[in-house]
Ligand binder design. Structure first.
Ligand SMILES: *Cc1c(COP(=O)(O)O)cnc(C)c1O
Length: 223
């Protein structure tokens, strides 16, 4: 990566990689949504991407997103903001207000609070369940063996429509088997959205059915 390269140059390169990976997998590039992950990136630096027609963005932290996104959204109302980091129950109200999609639903208490705040705010974000696909103790997400039951709880106990699954596979391992496992859990539960694949592994994710990839450092450089 050369210093003269801009975020927009790198974005174009990522888009070319998506097209190639889609073609190799026999898929249409338009089936795969590129979510620009803007954690730690300033609003001033995000603006050029919005002007270049990027509309899907991911943030990790509710507080940081609340500082940056209301003004950007006022200027670009059609953007989609996704929460891709862990959500504490005391931040659910803010998250429901700000985010269009919450991708990290992973426990009954959180699902219950989202349902409560959605009624209170008169607004239900689209929802994905995060699966701890590598069963790593330090990671958030429902365990794979508990996913089916948790999805039922979301639907039946809390009336939440879950549209897909999200995962972050273990680092330093081949991601493909984990992506395949996530796709399998989604398929048997009738879920159509798969949020998987980041800078280091999004081609593998596209091959295994990702409908959404979340890319940060390939666009903005190393954090
Ligand atoms: C930071 C982050 C990404 C983007 O990671 P890169 O490797 O920089 O592309 C994707 N998903 C989640 C949940 C993240 O926290």
């Amino acid at each position: 990566m050369t210093t003269s390269e801009t975020d927009l140059d790198r974005l174009e390169h990522v888009q070319a990689r998506i097209r190639r990976a889609a073609r190799d997998a026999g898929r249409k590039p338009t089936e795969i949504e590129l979510v620009c992950v803007t954690k730690t990136i300033s609003a001033a630096r995000i603006e050029p991407l919005l002007r270049a027609s990027c509309r899907q963005f991911g943030e990790n932290r509710v507080q940081e997103a609340m500082e940056k996104w209301p003004s950007l959204r006022a200027a670009f109302p059609e953007l989609t903001l996704r929460l891709i980091g862990p959500l504490q129950t005391n931040k659910v109200r803010d998250a429901v207000r700000l985010f269009d999609v919450i991708e990290t639903v992973d426990r009954p208490k959180l699902a219950a609070e989202i349902a409560t705040q959605a009624v209170r705010e008169g607004k239900t974000p689209r929802l994905l369940v995060q699966v701890n696909i590598g069963e790593e103790p330090q990671k958030a997400g429902v365990l794979p063996e508990d996913a089916d039951a948790f999805l039922r709880v979301c639907r039946e106990d809390f009336g939440l429509a879950i549209e897909g699954l999200m995962c972050i596979p273990p680092v330093d391992q081949l991601a493909s088997p984990y992506f395949a496992k996530l796709a399998e859990i989604a398929a048997r539960n009738g879920l159509s959205k798969l949020s998987m694949g980041m800078t280091s592994d999004f081609e593998q994710a596209i091959k295994l059915g990702a409908t959404e990839i979340r890319v940060g450092s390939a666009i903005f450089g190393a954090r």
